[in-house]
Design a protein around this ligand. Structure first.
Ligand SMILES: [Zn+2]
Length: 286
């Protein structure tokens, strides 16, 4: 925990509030700056000629010597897609992420020619860090991609808790539930600020489990000649698993060839065709 009892705390977003994409939060404790996520946003129809939209990091560039870490909650584009652009100006800042998240980031940095210049540090949901006298922990959350964490930055005035994207999934595909006990303990100790994913928060009811997606896909895949699914890795894995039991060809169309190739590493057992929206198109057969 921070030693001072009256540290100045600032929390603000450089993207991701009131919009879908370019998620980036900044937590400032006295002179120390922590960044959470560095996502991109896909351009709307009115943005002709624009490939991607990234957060405005002018403030970070002007204060780059005070940035202590970038924490990445999970590997979706709207949380990692801006990282290779942000790091061009902030190469000295260590980037913390879980195994899958760092794997996806590595591929992006390799494409950008930055991989050898960036300090990537592996964490998991049990990692505890002390950075510049500030105590930081993580907790596992469920989402539509594996290996997601929330971030808890402790201050003397209570915790600053960033959930990342999450849902409470009691039957997750990978069998690893959110850290409910850890969340309860954080709440009991006192929370100064909760930064929570709010997608669909105004809709009554509860978001269904990812494992239900597989059941519904059975009907979709086994009947028509072709089907498509949203670009979420757990769902894409589910689609592939279903298709692999049928004489079907699986085609992955993705805005980033890096993501497609990372999936290919996991799916090397069969013949998969990857089609990227960018100039790279890849086929992977084995
Ligand atoms: Zn997400």
């Amino acid at each position: 925990m921070s030693k001072k009892k009256t540290e100045n705390v600032s929390v603000f977003a450089l993207g991701g509030v009131g919009e879908i994409g370019k998620n980036m939060y900044v937590v400032e404790l006295d002179d120390d700056i922590f960044v959470i996520d560095a996502g991109l946003m896909f351009p709307g129809d009115e943005m002709l000629g624009i490939d991607i939209v990234i957060p405005d990091i002018t403030y970070l560039k002007e204060n780059k010597d005070r940035i202590r870490a970038i924490f990445i909650t999970h590997g979706h584009e709207d949380h990692i897609g801006g990282l290779s652009y942000v790091l061009r100006d902030l190469k000295h800042v260590p980037v913390y992420g879980t195994k899958l998240t760092l794997g996806l980031i590595e591929l992006k940095l390799k494409e950008a020619g930055l991989l050898k210049e960036v300090d990537l540090r592996l964490i998991d949901a049990k990692t505890k860090l002390t950075i510049a006298d500030h105590f930081i922990t993580f907790f596992r959350v469920n989402h539509s991609i594996p290996d997601c964490v929330g971030v808890c930055i402790q201050t003397s005035q209570g915790a600053i808790v960033h959930t990342g994207d999450f849902k409470f999934d009691y039957t997750p595909v990978d069998g690893k539930q959110s850290d409910f006990n850890k969340l309860a303990a954080i709440g009991q100790r006192g929370v100064l600020c909760l930064l929570s994913d709010s997608t669909n928060a105004e809709r009554p009811g509860q978001t269904g489990s990812e494992s239900l997606v597989g059941t519904e896909l059975n009907d979709v895949i086994y009947q028509p000649k072709a089907a498509s699914s949203s670009p979420r890795s757990l769902r894409t894995c589910t689609v592939y698993n279903k298709c692999s039991r049928q004489p079907r060809r699986t085609t992955v169309k993705w805005p980033s060839s890096a993501v497609a190739w990372s999936i290919s590493l996991k799916w090397h057992r069969s013949s998969i065709t990857f089609v990227s929206n960018r100039r790279h198109s890849s086929s992977f057969h084995k």
